[in-house]
Design a protein around this ligand. Structure first.
Ligand SMILES: Cc1ncc(COP(=O)(O)O)c(C=O)c1O
Length: 389
């Protein structure tokens, strides 16, 4: 078959291979980024699906491409409480935040245009943008997020920069959060260089310490921030529902792209989430999820400090699902996984190299703490640590 040029940029990811290993019960997997399935509100969801299917059949019908009005209303109300002034018509319901990345890329990228990213960045975003054949311009990123001085340098050197992709809250893979000062600087630079800012916030509600910082969308002065959110980590990823909020002009175009891609999200799932939000207190649910993940994070950080050599550095995330390890220069986490972690310690993680849009660094690993029991967190890290010393 003669494939399109873009297919040269589409290939299997390291994460896919790892998830396969993760399915072996003898192996403890810190890869993936799964929520703890024990926390899914299964009984409540069963009740809302029952109620929907017992009533009139409208939940099985087509609905508008931008999503079920009652769900858009719920999302807009929640976002307004989070400082984003918006109404139901400013919300587009999408198949998880991941679809927002695909649509955002289609909206602004021609082949050869530049996507500016954190360094490292979310692998799924690279997977979404790659078929559009962009180049990438990674920006130095530290414990306060993307460094504005380096961002300015990158933008001055990237005449074809069109899209700036960021995960400001509890980033994947590092767990770090962008400071308020840097959020403001980022908006100034995006205005100056005429960029679409894609603010991806699937972890925003999973804060374990401190106070929320304003979203980039709430600081947006020129309608150039596309804010993406998701029900995946606060309800259930299998429902594949998230939201996009942007200026009317951008949202109209995204809605047309959504129509072209898949017509609409599944009406039944949208109706189920909307009814769940009518009937139950999702904030109480999120608070219980946060309490569990906070404990798991604390346990992971304590066990890393106890079981790993002192030369291993790791981030202390104030939310989200991940910590990011940095081993001494020269240590290769991909080789270590292949030769030691998997066959001897029977533990997996995601080697850091896959998260670099440019030149990969090989001495990092991403560890997830949400998807494993406390026992497995301790057991897995102790096993891994024993092979590191
Ligand atoms: C930063 C980031 N963006 C987007 C996604 C995709 O999430 P969703 O399930 O909402 O499509 C993920 C999933 O892990 C993520 O970590």
């Amino acid at each position: 078959m003669r494939y399109a040029d873009r297919m040269s940029r589409v290939g299997p990811s390291a994460i896919r291979d790892l998830l396969r290993h993760g399915a072996d019960p003898a192996i403890i997997s810190f890869g993936g980024g799964y929520p703890d399935p024990a926390l899914f509100p299964t009984d409540d969801l069963r009740a809302v699906y029952d109620e929907l299917l017992a009533g009139d059949p409208s939940a099985l019908q087509y609905c508008p491409s931008n999503g079920l009005p009652s769900l858009r209303e719920h999302v807009a109300r929640r976002l307004a409480r989070d400082g984003i002034a918006c109404g139901a018509d400013d919300v587009l319901i999408i198949q998880g935040a991941q679809q927002g990345l695909d649509l955002a890329g289609k909206l602004v990228l021609n082949p050869g245009d530049t996507v500016v990213t954190e360094n490292p960045t979310f692998l799924g975003a690279l997977i979404a943008f790659n078929p559009l054949e962009p180049t990438y311009a990674p920006v130095r990123t530290d414990d306060d997020g993307m460094d504005p001085a380096d961002l300015e340098r990158v933008l001055a050197e990237s005449p074809r920069a069109r899209l700036l992709y960021t995960v400001p809250d509890f980033q994947n893979p590092t767990g770090v959060t962008m400071s308020l000062e840097r959020r403001r600087a980022l908006i100034d630079l995006a205005n100056r260089y005429d960029l679409l800012v894609v603010e991806d916030t699937p972890y925003r509600a999973l804060r374990y310490d401190g106070e929320a910082l304003p979203t980039l969308k709430s600081l947006d002065t020129e309608g150039r921030v596309l804010h993406l959110g998701s029900f995946s980590k606060i309800l259930a990823p299998g429902m594949r529902l998230g939201w996009a909020v942007a200026s009317p002009e951008i949202l109209d175009k995204l809605t047309l792209l959504k129509l072209a891609a898949d017509t609409q999200c599944g009406t039944l799932n949208m109706a189920a989430v909307s009814l769940y939000l009518d009937r139950y207190d999702i904030d109480a649910h999120i608070a219980s999820v946060r309490a569990v993940y906070r404990d798991k994070r604390d346990l992971m950080l304590k066990t890393l400090a106890d079981a790993f050599p002192g030369t291993t550095r790791f981030t202390s995330p104030t939310g989200g699902l991940f910590t990011w390890l940095t081993f001494p220069e020269g240590f290769d986490t991909t080789a270590f996984m292949r030769d030691t972690a998997l066959p001897k310690a029977r533990v997996t993680y995601v080697p850091g190299a896959s998260f670099f849009a440019g030149e990969p660094e090989h001495n990092h690993a991403r560890l997830n703490f949400s998807g494993l029991s406390e026992e497995k967190i301790v057991d897995g890290l102790t096993r891994l640590g024993a092979h590191l010393t």
